[in-house]
Design a protein around this ligand. Structure first.
Ligand code: DAH
Length: 341
């Protein structure tokens, strides 16, 4: 058999193989069979070497032509089969253009931040500037400067997270009072919003993390009735005209006299419910006239100046506003709850 005959035989065999192949994978196998290192074309090389020298050039060309032709045929076949396989796959995939689109998820402001912003806006409008104190605070600003001596029993009311004996997570935004007194001259009219922390049992009514806004006003002729009028104005603006308020004498070391401010429970309209512990009232703020010792801590002469202060919890206000009966919702990742606001 001459080399030309062998080449024709290989061509015929390849054509037969190609006709019987029905997948891209099979074509890959044929590429190896014919064009691989130990493939059919390579197998012709010894014949080329043994052929008479005057025929070698033309034989070489024949082998090359065979190689090129096989490459083309195999590439063509594998492209065709790949396309066919793709078409088959696409034919099973249907596209329903009438399906509704996917809604994108939009984040939103947390209800507590909204409430904070609203309160800040009302109070800024009443002339209070906004100041920020640190969450990690010294014992001095959180307690000592506010007239809680080291062994003061009122410290027990604040279940404090201590970092070191002299460093803690602030238990109230009152920590900002003396900081501001130290850095500003009276008249001072400021609010300090922020997070507070207490090592309390988590329940429907209390949490380890909550928000407060502290208010402080210091000037030469500040009176108790200024304080009452300011709070009344604030809660009226926040909740509307129907809000009822009541004041109860109370004790906080940093004010004298001190009081607690209650608001008519909006969840039950004062009838009594779980949120107000069936009293019809909800405590929303502590307030009073700034204690002379606190003024002194802040370097302000209590003979010359007077002041009032208050602090209230934002969670409480949001619960009232929206009729939420469990404070724990605010810190949970329940989107169905959070997306309502
Ligand atoms: N800091 C107090 C608390 O967290 C709230 C408070 C009461 C703030 C009376 C005041 C105040 O400024 O005068 O319980």
């Amino acid at each position: 058999m001459t080399l030309a005959d062998t080449i024709d035989a290989i061509k015929a065999e390849a054509e037969n193989d190609l006709n019987q192949s029905s997948s891209a994978k099979e074509i890959e196998a044929l590429k190896v069979k014919y064009l691989g290192k130990k493939g059919r074309v390579q197998g012709l090389m010894p014949l080329l070497k043994d052929s008479p020298s005057e025929q070698r050039a033309s034989f070489g060309k024949l082998i090359n032509d065979l190689k090129t032709a096989l490459e083309e045929q195999l590439d063509f076949a594998s492209n065709r089969l790949e396309r066919e396989e793709l078409n088959k796959r696409l034919a099973c995939e249907t596209l329903d253009v009438t399906l509704p689109g996917r809604r994108r998820f939009h984040g939103r402001e947390h209800v507590i931040l909204k409430m904070l912003d609203e309160a800040i806006e009302i109070l800024s409008g009443m002339g209070f500037s906004v100041q920020y104190g640190p969450d990690i605070e010294s014992d001095f600003y959180n307690f000592e400067a506010l007239n809680f001596s080291k062994d003061h029993p009122a410290r027990d009311m604040h279940d404090t997270f201590y970092i070191r004996p002299d460093l803690l997570l602030r238990t109230h935004t009152s920590n900002t009072q003396v900081r501001v007194m130290e850095s500003c001259n009276p008249p001072i009219r400021m609010i300090a919003p922020g997070k507070c922390y207490r090592n309390e049992d988590v329940s429907a009514r209390s949490h380890v993390l909550f928000h407060q806004i502290e208010g402080l006003y210091i000037d030469k002729d500040v009176t108790f009735s200024d304080l009452l009028a300011t709070l009344e104005e604030f809660f009226t603006k926040l909740f509307g005209k129907n809000v009822e308020m009541r004041f109860r004498p109370s004790y906080f070391p940093f004010v004298e006299p001190g009081m607690e401010v209650d608001i008519n429970c909006i969840v039950c309209s004062g009838k009594g419910c779980g949120v107000c512990k069936h009293t019809g009232w909800l405590e929303v703020a502590g307030a009073g006239m700034v204690h002379p010792n606190v003024m002194k801590s802040g370097g302000i002469d209590p003979e010359e100046y007077l002041g009032y202060a208050w602090g209230f919890g934002i969670e409480r206000l949001a619960m009232l506003r929206y009729g939420i009966t469990d404070i724990r919702y605010f810190l949970e990742d329940n989107l169905r709850f959070l997306q309502q606001f």
